[in-house]
Each structure stands twice: as structure tokens, then as C-alpha cells.
Design a protein around this ligand. Structure first.
Ligand SMILES: *[C@@H]1O[C@H](CO)[C@@H](O)[C@H](O)[C@H]1NC(C)=O
Ligand SMILES: *[C@@H]1O[C@H](CO)[C@@H](O)[C@H](O)[C@H]1NC(C)=O
Length: 466
């Protein structure tokens, strides 16, 4: 028996199991939402906000929940409780956090293809019993996509059964992410693409993170016809620029790795420049671009004096150790003169402050769908930090305005050129202008935009979008 046959027969049996489980539940019949119609004025708006991920690491769904609560809506926030959630969610009279049980972890000895169906069944069971039975019927279910399996299917079924409306918040596409990890021709990629297109169309209202994504969702293969608005991510209030010199100095002395703190006076004088990049250290954020750029930068001693650079890289991830060894080797071999690279893993508030103290932010995010945007650039702008960001995808220009708040690059050579220009004396005026642009962009915050878009759609606010 070939592997594809095995996969298809497994998928089929999973499908039958899912069907049977759902049927059993359906026979019991969940109660229906019978309050005022969604969107009608005066109704108390109730929303189940659902993310099949860690609530503490789902900022956008957290902001949706906080905004709904702020306008008097009642929220059930459903997701995994792994890291500490946003403090605004705790003791909020209008928000109930309903944790999902963490699904069993795959033992090393069981292959993904055998284990995944069981995990999905486990999730379907818990999601369905929670959404259809444990919780009272809500006016809306607001679900994050991706992950889309099984949330989209379960949420649309529950909406149908309970007379709720389904709002889908498209952050990205599940199938493009899967194609990135499993290869574009994997049968699961086709299956999840079909699934996402099919269930995506069942949403009554759609939010997207970019205009480009909204355009794509209108077109085949998605062909969504229901109302849709783009709701760009905005920085959290914790990301603020620092304008005072003394505050910058204090912060640097506190948040820089201890071994680099003797550089603070030089950073303050501008004789050493501070770069910050946060990376997930995974293949889809190719750290080698930044490393190669810094090598080129260090080597470009001809013609101009290279300003020494301290690059702080934050984040955790699988390739970190490999790159740290590489950096140590390169430094030992004298390939990185005038460049120091160090890593840090900072508490969130300290990370926000570090961004505000840096000279330039670097973003290596490569979009799997081509139409999402990196949250870390949003945060950098919130902290008033101009960026050099990988630009090889369609929606890039919706966030980074070339020459206004940052610059895009596609190769290490281009990045090295940007770093060399902006950090040298000849780029000083340009960097100041970019910083102004970043502060301006970061000044656009979530609340006003949310009120005018999602708030109106939910019937919580009456403002018209400007
Ligand atoms: C909760 O909703 C009420 C209105 O029902 C509102 O007055 C209050 O400010 C909300 N509380 C929070 C913490 O958002
Ligand atoms: C929430 O309330 C409990 C007691 O009601 C209190 O101990 C706790 O500090 C509060 N937490 C926050 C974040 O306000």
C-alpha cells in the first residue's frame, strides 16, 4: 500500500469520525441565540472570541476582546492559557476567559500523519461542546484564522445551530503556512486550501490585516462575497517613543545585556549605533541575510569610516544556537570588525523600551501568503523606530512607506547599503526624517480605527469610517 493511499484512507476515516461526533452532538440540540439581531442598536452585544492558540501570545484577539468590553459588549475569550494574558483581561467585568484544555503532545515515536487526526478530533470535541453547550449562545463568534482546522468548521457549524453570526479575522492563510513547512505539493496542503476556501465563505463578516488580503479573498479561489473590511494592526500602548536623552540613557543601562553596557556612552554620543532585530530564528526568517549584511558592512572600510554597530537580536527559536556559533566563529576570524552582535530575551515592557532607544530596527519577516504584515514592525513604529525590512511581498507598502518611515531590502547587499548609509554622517538627516515618519505612523493607534470599523460592524459604535 502506497503512502498516498494510506493518507487518503486515514483522512477519510477521520472525516467519518468527525461526522459521527457532530451528529451525536446535533441530536442533543444546543440552545439558540434569541436576543436582538446582531448589529441592531441597543442590543447588548455578546461575542465569543476564539483563537486556537495561546491567549497571552494573541495580541490582536486580545485587543478585539478589550475593545468590545470597553464599549459594553460581553466577551467570552476562548483559547489556551499558557503564558500570562494581557493584564487588561484579568478582572475585567465584561470579559470571561474560557481556557481550552491543551491538546496531548505528539510522542516522538508516532508520525505526524497518524497523530494529527487524533489531535484534531480532540480539539473538535472540546471546541464543540464548549461553543455549542457550555457557553450561552452569543450574538457573534469572532474567530482567528489561522489556525483554521478545526476552528472554522466548528465555529460555522455552531453559528448555524445557535443562530449566531460568524466573523472571521484573517491574519494569514493556514494552507500557505502549511505549504511552507510540508512543501507545496503535500496532500494536506490541497485539503486545507479547499477547507479554508469553503468554510471561509461561510463567514458573515470578514476582517483582514491588509487591503491586499481583502482583495485576494474577494477573488478565486476564496470568492468571498460577504462584507469585509481591512483592519490594520496597531501598536499596543506599551510601545511609545522615548524623546528624553536621560531616559534613553537610563533605559539602555538597564535593558542592554550586561556585557554591552559599557557601550552606552558611545551609543548616546552616536559614535556607536544600535540596531535591534527580533527574530523567531526559523527558516522563514532568514537570519543569514542580516548576518551577511553585517559582514559586508564591516568589510566596506574603503572610502568611508564604518561607524561601529551594536546589533541586539531578541527572540527564541530553533536556529539560534547554530547562528550563535557562526557569529562567534566569524568574530574570532576577524570578519566582523566594528560589529558586535549580541542576543537578549527581554520581558515585554523592556523589549518595548529597547526598541524606543535603538537607531534602526531590522525586520526579516518573509510573508508566506504575501499579504500579511509583521507585527514587530508595527511595534517598532509604535516605539518611534524606523525600520529596514524585507520587502519581497505584496502588502509590504501598506506598512512601510519607502523613504518615509523605513526602507525595504531583498538581499543582504541592499540591507548592507541601507545600514551603511543611514548610520553614517551622510545619512544622519535622512535617519531623523525616517524617525519622524515612524513616530507619525506609530501614532495611529488601535482604538479610533477599531471603533470606526469592527465596532460599527458589531453594532457597538456608530462612527463612520473616515
Ligand atoms: C463593561 O461594560 C459596561 C457597560 O455595560 C461599561 O460601562 C464598562 O466600562 C465596561 N467595563 C470595562 C472594564 O470595559
Ligand atoms: C484581580 O482580583 C483579585 C481579587 O479579586 C486580586 O487579588 C488581583 O490582584 C486582581 N488582579 C488584577 C490584575 O487586577
Amino acid at each position: 500500500m502506497g503512502v498516498p493511499v494510506l493518507i487518503y484512507s486515514l483522512l477519510f476515516s477521520v472525516f467519518v469520525l468527525i461526522l459521527l461526533t457532530c451528529l451525536c452532538f446535533l441530536l442533543l440540540g444546543p440552545s439558540k441565540y434569541a436576543g436582538p439581531a446582531a448589529g441592531s442598536p441597543g442590543a447588548v452585544v455578546s461575542v465569543d472570541v476564539l483563537v486556537l492558540g495561546d491567549i497571552g501570545r494573541s495580541p490582536r484577539m486580545t485587543y478585539h476582546a478589550l475593545s468590545i468590553a470597553k464599549h459594553g459588549g460581553k466577551v467570552n475569550l476562548i483559547g489556551y492559557l499558557e503564558s500570562p494574558p494581557h493584564p487588561g483581561l484579568i478582572n475585567n467585568t465584561n470579559i470571561t476567559i474560557t481556557p481550552l484544555p491543551t491538546p496531548p503532545q505528539r510522542p516522538q515515536s508516532i508520525p505526524f500523519i497518524l497523530f494529527a487526526p487524533f489531535k484534531v478530533l480532540y480539539q473538535i470535541y472540546h471546541l464543540f461542546s464548549l461553543l455549542a453547550y457550555s457557553l450561552p449562545p452569543a450574538q457573534w463568534i469572532l474567530v482567528q484564522n489561522p489556525p483554521s482546522i478545526p476552528t472554522l468548521a466548528v465555529a460555522s457549524l455552531v453559528c448555524h445551530l445557535r443562530n449566531s453570526k460568524l466573523m472571521i479575522d484573517w491574519h494569514n492563510y493556514g494552507w500557505t503556512i502549511l505549504a511552507g513547512t510540508r512543501g507545496p505539493r503535500h496532500p494536506l496542503v490541497y485539503l486545507s486550501k479547499f477547507y479554508e476556501c469553503y468554510f471561509g465563505r461561510l463567514g458573515h463578516f470578514h476582517l483582514t490585516v491588509t487591503k491586499a488580503m481583502a482583495r485576494q479573498l474577494r477573488a478565486p479561489p476564496y470568492k468571498i462575497t460577504n462584507p469585509m473590511i481591512d483592519v490594520h494592526d496597531r501598536p499596543a500602548a506599551i510601545f511609545q517613543p522615548i524623546f528624553s536623552k536621560s531616559e534613553r540613557e537610563q533605559v539602555l543601562n538597564r535593558v542592554l545585556p550586561a556585557s554591552q553596557r559599557q557601550l552606552v556612552p558611545q551609543i548616546m554620543e552616536g559614535t556607536m549605533r544600535l540596531l535591534v532585530s527580533s527574530t523567531s530564528w526559523t527558516p522563514d526568517e532568514d537570519f543569514s541575510i542580516l548576518l551577511d549584511a553585517l559582514i559586508k558592512y564591516a568589510a566596506a572600510a574603503t572610502g568611508e569610516i564604518v561607524v561601529p554597530v551594536l546589533a541586539i537580536i531578541t527572540g527564541k527559536g530553533p536556529q539560534k544556537e547554530m547562528y550563535l556559533r557562526k557569529i562567534a566563529d566569524l568574530t574570532a576570524a576577524g570578519r566582523l570588525p566594528n560589529v558586535r552582535i549580541d542576543t537578549a530575551f527581554l520581558p515585554f515592557p523592556d523589549y518595548a523600551k529597547l526598541l524606543a532607544c535603538a537607531d534602526l530596527g531590522i525586520c526579516l519577516h518573509m510573508s508566506s501568503s504575501g499579504v500579511d504584515l509583521p507585527m514587530k514592525v508595527v511595534d517598532m513604529f509604535g516605539a518611534g523606530l524606523p525600520v529596514a525590512a524585507y520587502s519581497g511581498y505584496e502588502s509590504f507598502g501598506e506598512l512601510v512607506k519607502e523613504g518615509e518611515n523605513g526602507h525595504g531590502f531583498e538581499t543582504a547587499g541592499e540591507l548592507a547599503g541601507i545600514i551603511a548609509r543611514l548610520l553614517s554622517a551622510r545619512g544622519a538627516a535622512e535617519l531623523v526624517a525616517l524617525r519622524r515618519g515612524a513616530v507619525r505612523e506609530g501614532g495611529l493607534r488601535w482604538d479610533e480605527m477599531w471603533d470606526a470599523t469592527v465596532g460599527t460592524a458589531l453594532g457597538l459604535t456608530t462612527e463612520k469610517r473616515t
